[in-house]
Design a protein. Structure first.
Length: 143
């Protein structure tokens, strides 16, 4: 297992780019998935752009397997830090669990898959697109 470390700087807090929420997913269609279990250990995450302080380094190759395919990711660069977030006073299950997300290139094409997703904002059918980011569990400290 490789360990990657990177010096980065948070951009202004006003540059949040995403809010990740726990989501139940069904690839089979009906029956539709219920909302995510509130007792799950999955937090909400707010994602903030980051930039390298030193010369930008690219990482990889990294092999990953998910529901859709085995793929190799290359030329990975840090893009966003996703921090555990308390949404609407719901609390955080793992306030020290963060994700550092990387963008890069992949050798796999976008799968031709439609899924049904259900989260706190509602439910909808969605088509899977191309790989966007690869996020890894990370610890954060400020200097």
């Amino acid at each position: 297992m490789n360990t990657y470390t990177s010096d980065f700087q948070w951009y202004s807090q006003s540059v949040s780019t995403w809010l990740m929420v726990p989501t139940a997913v069904s690839f089979q269609g009906f029956p539709l998935p219920g909302p995510p279990n509130p007792a799950s250990e999955v937090d909400h995450y707010r994602c903030i752009k980051v930039r390298e302080l030193a010369a930008a380094t690219t990482l990889g190759p990294v092999s990953v397997v998910d529901t859709f395919a085995l793929r190799t990711l290359t030329n990975l660069k840090a893009r966003e830090l996703c921090i555990a977030t308390d949404k609407n006073g719901e609390g955080m299950k793992n306030p020290e669990a963060h994700l550092l997300c990387y963008v890069g290139k992949t050798d796999a094409k976008a799968p031709n898959v439609v899924l049904h997703a259900n989260d706190q904002f509602g439910s909808a059918d969605r088509k899977i697109g191309r790989d966007r980011e690869f996020c890894v569990p990370s610890t954060v400290s400020s200097r």
